[in-house]
Design a protein around this ligand. Sequence first.
Ligand code: M6R
Length: 615
Amino acid sequence: MCGIVGYIGDKPVVDILLEGLEQLEYRGYDSAGVALKTASSINVYKAQGKLGNLRDVLTAHLSEVSHSSVGIGHIRWATHGAPSVVNAHPHTSNCGDLVIVHNGIIENYKELRQELEDKGYVFKSQTDTESVAHLIADIYAQVKDLPKAVHMAAKKIQGAYALCIMHNEFPDMIVATKRNAPLIIGVGSGEYFIASDVPAFIKHTKKAIYLKDNQVAVVQKSSSLLVEDENGKQVTPKIEELPWEPVSLSKMGYKHFMLKEIHEQPDIIRNILTGKIKSSSSEIVLDEVNLNVDSLKKLNRIQVIACGTSLHAAMIGKYIIEDLCRIPVDVEASSEYIYRNTVTDEQTLVIGVSQSGETADTLTAIKQSKVRGSHILIITNRPDSAMAREADSLLSVNAGIEVSVAATKSYIAQLFSFYLLALYMAEIKGTVEEEKLSELKFELLMLPQKIEQILTHKDDIQKCARKYANTRDFIYIARGINYPTALEGALKLKEISYINATGYPAGELKHGPIAMLDETMPVLSILMNGSVYEKLLSNSEEAKARNARMIALTNSTDKKLDELFDDIIRVPDVAEFLSPMISIVPLQLIAYYIAEFLGKDVDQPRNLAKSVTVE
Ligand code: M6R
C-alpha cells in the first residue's frame, strides 16, 4: 500500500504533490518521489525515508521544478525490494520517456520481467512496478497511443494496481487506471487531481470521480477528462460531491497523535450515542441496519471478518452478539477467510470491520460473501471507502480521522458499535429481558465518564509503564470477554515499541507459555470482576510462583491483590460485559508511554502503514 497523487492544471505542481503526499503518509513512509514535467523533459526526484527527505531534494532543485504544473507523486510502503532510492517510485522506462507510479502488487511481475528482459529491457530496481513501466513503453512503441497502450498492458497484468502514467510525447497528459486499489480523480476548475484518497486534494475541490476497476482515465491540461471502460469505449463518469471538509490535522498540544486520539475516546462514544440511545428505557435507534425484522429473525449465522486491531474488536463482538442475540458467530482473519471454502449463504450476515474500509484482505472477503448472497454489514470509520460502497448496511463509527498508525479511537468506536448492534438485534429478536437491556443501556451511557476517569490518572500509568520499558518480552493474560483485550494490548505494545508482546487466554499458560516465565518476564493480568475473576486470579498465582513480574489491571478492591502483584492499575468499576471498553484504555497508554520513553516513532512505527491495500 502506497499513496499516489497527480496534478494537471495551472498551479505550481510541486507544492500540490508534496501537500497531497503528506496527507497520504498514513499509507506508507519508507520512500517518496515525484515526476515533474519541465520545459523539455520529465524530471524524476526521489528520496529514501520520510517525505521530508524528498522535500529537501526538491528544495535543492527549486529553479528546475518551480514552474512545473503537471506531475505525479508517490509515497511508498515497500512490498517488492527494500526501501531505497532505486526502488522508490516513479519508475522510468528504458527510453526515458515514460514514468509511472503504482499502488498495489503486480502478481505476475516475474513472468513479465522475464519476457521484457528477453526483449532487451534492462531493469534497475527490484520492484514489481518497473515491469509495468517497461510493458507499457513496449506496447506504446508499437501502437503509438498511450491510453491504448495502458488498456493493452492492463490486460496482461495480474494483481491489484492503481497507476498514473506520464509520457514525454504528451507533455500535458496523465493517464490513470486501477483494479482492486483505490483511485479518485478530483475535478477542479481547469485542473484535475488524481489520488489514492480524498485528503490529498480535498482542500482544492470537493468534486470527484471514483474511478471503477479497469477504467482508464485520460486527464489533459486543456481541461478535458476522458474515461473509458475496459474495452476502450468512452463512458460518462459520475462526478460526486464529496461530503468532506478539509481538516487541518493538529496534535492539539499533545506530543503525538496517538496520545491525542486516546484522549478523544470519551467524546467519540458520546457522539456515537447521540440519537442512538437517549436513555436506559428508550429503544436503540439503528436506522443504518437495512435488515427487516423477518430477515433478522431468519439469520442462522454471523461471520465477522477483519484484520489486526479490527479483528480484536470483532472477537469481542462475537462474545457480545452470541450472549445477547443467541446467534452463532464466527470470527476470522480476512486473509484466512478468503482462501477457505466457507459456509456462507443468504441466511448468513457477514460483518466486515475495518477502520480504513480499504484493507485488501477484508475487501476481498466481503466481495466473496456478497457473491454468495449474504447481507453485508460494514463497520468502518470511512463511510466513503471501498468497503462502504459494498455494504448493504453501513455502520459508520464516526471516530474522525485517525492519524496514528496504531489504532486506538477507531477500535473503541468499533467495539461500541458492536454493543449497539447486538442490543438492537436483541431487542428485535426478544432474546434479552427488558430489565437487563435497560441496565446495559444505563452502563453504556456511563462509559465516557469512566474512560475520562482513567485518563485523569494517566500519570500513574506512565510511571508504571516506565518501570517495564526495558523488558524484551511482555505477556498479557485474560479470560473470557477480555481475552481479545489481551491480544489488542499486546499488539499495541509490539507495533509501536517493537517489544515482543503476546496475549494469551490465561488458562492456556500452563499448556506451554508458562515455560517462558522467570523473574525477567512481566505478566499483565486483565483482572476484571465477574465470572472468570477467581479463575484468572489462580492463573496469576501460577505465574507469580514462576517469579514473573506481576501487574494487575483491575476494577477489584480485593486486598489479596496487593500481595500477588508488583503493580496494580486500577480502573473504575464496570459490568464484566462492558469491561473491554474500559480495560483497553490503560493498555493503550502503557504501550504509548513505553514507546515514547524508548524514543520510538510512535505515530509512524517502522514497517507499518495505516491502510493495508495489498493482500
Ligand atoms: O483499516 P483496518 O481496520 O482494516 O486495518 C486493519 C489492520 O491493518 C489495523 O488494525 C492494524 O492492525 C493497526 N495498525 C493496529 O493498530
